[in-house]
Design a protein around this ligand. Structure first.
Ligand SMILES: C[S@@+](CC[C@H](N)C(=O)[O-])C[C@H]1O[C@@H](n2cnc3c(N)ncnc32)[C@H](O)[C@@H]1O
Length: 383
């Protein structure tokens, strides 16, 4: 054991936390769609920002209760400590709210509390032989998350005024964390470079201030739009707008007010096609798909229905609960049995590792005859 043990009062997290407020903030964060790092890139094991923010704060702030031991005494009596804890809880309750994520007054109050606790720890350890290196009251300890994933912890550490480091063995989190905690601070407070682009000075105005990463954000939007327009010039013909016709609206009353209008398609379902190995349909390219369910959300269910006509097929988008056959189609790729009665075929094939079940015609097909669509395929309305 060291001759100079570190004197550290208990932290708030070791004693108490306003869990109800933290839980409620975490739950409501799931509904945030805009401005949340989750919209930057999917990361499966992402932790709620509210929880990360509260936990980092409570790990750094000293509990106000009496701490006696290992050569030091710290803290207040029971009654005063309870009052002080209530004050700290209020800071956490404000801090975890999504709408306060960029509220400088709330954040600064939390940062000040962290700095105050740190100064107390430095004061307790001022006689430590490495005090100059380890207990500098003007420099908060840095935070390193070696398993950073979606970056909730380093992002919140940075928001609370700490120097944050992130690493991960997976390159996707590395990229997410670079985009979130490394790049934005480099451009903090700077106006967007796209301002000097022709004609933009007038649009944006040079007189406004560019706090935080707002200038960088403006550039990302500007060049993102540019990139999208350039991509549209090159491959936009593969993603044509769709005109809502009276025919479409016959089965879809929700489309009636849109008849005659052209709309951008928000989702494309791509499927490989193969020649059916059923001799009766060997001339037909049939789609292989793991799912034709568009939405499972209650009240918004939608699915694609194949309509077999003669020797060919077309697709219709249907609203409402998918029929059981459509659900079973999803499992076909992993090898389950499914009847094709809804398609007028009921041979109920079983899949094997070596092949795929033809969705429309129910026969087994070889996986190696898959091919990618060409522009000529895409120009055919049935595809
Ligand atoms: C549960 S996730 C972290 C989630 C993160 N706290 C967030 O809020 O998104 C765990 C992460 O640890 C990473 N990981 C697992 N083993 C690792 C290792 N040996 N070295 C570095 N990273 C590792 C994984 O790639 C994964 O991103």
């Amino acid at each position: 054991m060291s001759d100079h043990p570190i004197k550290s009062p208990r932290k708030l997290i070791e004693v108490a936390l306003p869990l109800d407020a933290i839980n409620a903030a975490c739950a409501s964060e799931k509904t945030i769609k805009s401005g949340h790092p989750a919209s930057l890139h999917l990361w499966w094991a992402r932790r709620p920002l509210a929880a990360a923010r509260a936990v980092i704060f409570a790990q750094l702030v000293n509990d106000p209760g009496t701490n006696i031991g290992r050569g030091f005494k710290y803290g207040k009596n029971k009654k005063d400590a309870a009052i002080e804890r209530k004050r700290l809880f209020k800071i956490i309750e404000d801090l975890v709210l999504w709408e306060n994520s960029t509220n400088e007054a709330v954040l600064e109050c939390a940062r000040a509390e962290i700095r105050r606790s740190w100064r107390e720890v430095c004061e307790l350890n001022k006689d430590h032989p490495q005090a100059a290196e380890l207990f500098n009251p003007d420099k908060l300890p840095a935070l390193h998350d070696p398993f950073a994933g979606g970056g909730a912890i380093p992002l919140e550490a940075q928001r609370l005024g700490l120097e944050a480091y992130a690493s991960d063995l997976n390159p996707v989190p590395v990229l997410i964390n670079k985009a979130m905690i490394e790049i934005p601070p480099k451009f903090a407070g700077r106006p967007p470079v796209s301002l000097s682009a022709k004609g933009r000075k007038k649009d944006l105005g040079l007189d406004r201030s560019w706090t935080g990463a707002t200038g960088l954000g403006e550039d990302v939007r500007h060049y993102g739009n540019w990139l999208r327009n350039e991509a549209a010039k090159t491959i936009g013909d593969l993603y044509p707008q769709v005109e809502i016709t009276a025919d479409m609206a016959k089965e879809r009353v929700d489309l009636k007010p849109l008849v005659g209008q052209k709309h951008t398609v928000i989702s494309w379902l791509w499927a490989r096609t193969v020649k059916s190995s059923n001799p009766a349909f060997s001339h037909v390219d049939v789609p292989l798909a793991s799912s034709f369910i568009i939405s499972r959300k209650a009240g918004k269910q939608a699915y694609v229905q194949p309509i077999i006509e003669g020797g060919t097929y077309r697709f219709a988008v249907k609203l409402g609960t998918p029929p059981p056959e459509a659900e079973k189609v999803n499992k076909a790729v992993s090898g389950s049995k499914f009847p094709l009665s809804s398609l007028g075929h009921s041979n109920g094939g079983r899949l094997h590792q070596s092949g795929r079940l033809c969705w429309s015609y129910g026969c087994q097909v070889d996986g190696d005859c898959c091919r990618w669509p060409t522009r000529s395929h895409l120009s055919q309305p049935d595809h």
